[in-house]
Design a protein around this ligand. Sequence first.
Ligand code: GLA
Length: 756
Amino acid sequence: MIHFNPDTRTFNLILHSSVYAMQVDSKGRLVHLAWGPRPAGENEVLSGRIRPTLSDHASFEFQTRRDELLTFGDTTTHEVTLKASFATLPDPLPDGDAPHLPIRDVRLRYVSHEIVIDAQPGLAPAHGLPTANSDPRETLRITLADPVQPLTVTLCYRLTPAQDIIERWLELANTGDTPIEIEQLFFAALHLPNGTTELTSVSGAWAQEFQTQRERLLIGRRVIEHRSLQTGHAANPFFLLNRPGQTWEELGTVYFGALAYSGSWQLSFEQLHSTDVRVHGGYHPADFALTLAAGGLHKTPALVCGVCDEGWGGASRRLHGFTRERILPMAVAGLQTVPLELHGTGGAVRTPAAADYRPILYNSWEATYFGITEQNQIELAQKAAAIGVELFCLDDGWFGGRRFDVAGLGDWIVSPDVFPNGLEPLISEVNRLGMAFGLWVEPEMVNPDSDLYRAHPEWALHFPGRPRTEARCQLILDFGREEVVEYIFNALDSLLAQYNIAFIKWDMNRNVSEPGSVVGKAIWQAHVAGVYGIMDRLRAKYPHLTIESCSGGGGRIDLGILGRTDQVWTSDNTDALDRLRIQEGFSLAYPARVMTAWVTHEKNHQTGRFHELGTRFDVAMRGALGIGASLNGLDEAELKEYANYIAFYKRIRHIVQGGDLYRLERLEEADASTILYVLPDGSEAVYSVVVHSHKMGQFRRMVPLRGLIPSATYEVLDRYQKVRLTATGYELMVQGIGGDEDGRSGYGRTLHIRSI
Ligand code: GLA
């Protein structure tokens, strides 16, 4: 609910269990008042009489006012949201004044506000597919204008009350007749209560994404960022912030946020000397430029943010629910989903709505790498179908001269050397076996050794006359050129028109260098818009199509790409124990439903370590299960084990992919990870424990469960559907689940809990 008091010009944005308030002051400035949890059940509003204390009088600290939009001009000593420069002078120039150009001074004052339904931020999905929940939402739009210069800025606040989430973005309009240069632009600034200085974020690298880090902000600025044309492995654009010592996994006030953007981004956390804490998030300022043409408009993407008082777990659950319900597109019923059989419900078979759950994927990359043939893919497909796989994805190496990673990118034509009869025989066989077919592509790239590059060397990003740095032997196409975006769209469109393709894995395997484009510095945003635009057009044209976002593993995962994809490739590292840590960091912001997790070989290809099959499944079943092992190398007994696990996963995936996550025991605090997924109505849960390392002589602790119905009685089943325990929700939530009857809890277990 959005409440406005015209007498005090105070706004209250009231969400399920939090409130956000701001006020127009006597000089017309929009000033932040408060943001935080609110007492349950109260429908009161903040009157605006209590104002934050500001040291506004000292000559060295006079820029501490909490403006909702911090502009360069009103503020110069601290970080700003917007910096613009104007090339025109007042006419006539006051007597004796000199032309100080450009004028770099923006002061925004309140003009008007309105409440609208279903407003959209910049780069919102344009594919037209619905989300799981499309109930209308209110957006507050507050328009401010510079009294002298022809610039207006509308601050937008879209409310999703159920998850305590506000999406913030800006709309800039040039109302004059000369261009305005925008030199810095974030999507929003957030003002947090003093002392909110414990920051949780993730850092990483290729094959080691989402490493959780927790630190105390000092006075000054801490920056997390990635400067490339995708989201990046080194960091991910989300954060959790709380007061040190006052928050834990299920307890305490947590502020959280994430950017819905997949390009060069920055989040910065600024603690002023006054201990005020501010968060700035949006376009990376490095090499940033935006020209707002006369009459022009620019909408930024959104900074998604919220607050809750249920600890880090509560913050994660809100982000997960928001993503599942409001961000992920719902593909139209088609080949991408397979009816789910729910066993053990008195013989009844339930077929959920199409696209309810992600299908079980087989990806042949680690089985055959670049050694693919029609025959070995057909053999893999037959084995995959026999163990219960629902979607078969052919990875890299099927096109052009792509016999290894040195050539072929850009030539999106099926290679007759590998598939003499095209993809049709393989796809027909995959479909005959009851599976959907998926295909790997890397559309933004070109190898210099390709027909495309030989025809159009000017299409790669570069600066004329300067070197072009290759990475994995490839260059990036200039998506600033409309003809390049059109070419790539048409190449993918032809494949989808010709073949029965239900899924594409969209990869992006390098960081940028030499970002020279025909559109100049605008390439940073143009590239992202190009990628989103192609995905949106494909999805609009092929509404049954689903997409996996991949960038050398987890290099392009954010709330922007998730608006047009269905799942993400979490990491190229499939070592179960490494994955445990990666997945824990991932789960801070993103839901299990989108987290593709493969079971690969006993001897892991990335780390060379051995893990038993049970551990590999226990870890992979925590997300959207996939298989990446070479099935041709497994004997009948092993294939039977795979089939047994897959059948088990089919019985629990509606809980994994649709349930609420509780991290009962984190790797961060213990040498084990225990998690629980619980359906929102408490009727079923999945309990998963994986021990990372174990000290002999010590008992594994029992961890109390959460989210169950205390009075209900539950059966705890193993993967053979054997009942291991019967207990009430009360008992499980007070005591937890002990070891097996032999007294050992083992190194990993996945159990299905259901009320009887
Ligand atoms: C990237 C992906 C892998 C695989 C290869 C193919 O590294 O992350 O899964 O698709 O490219 O070249």
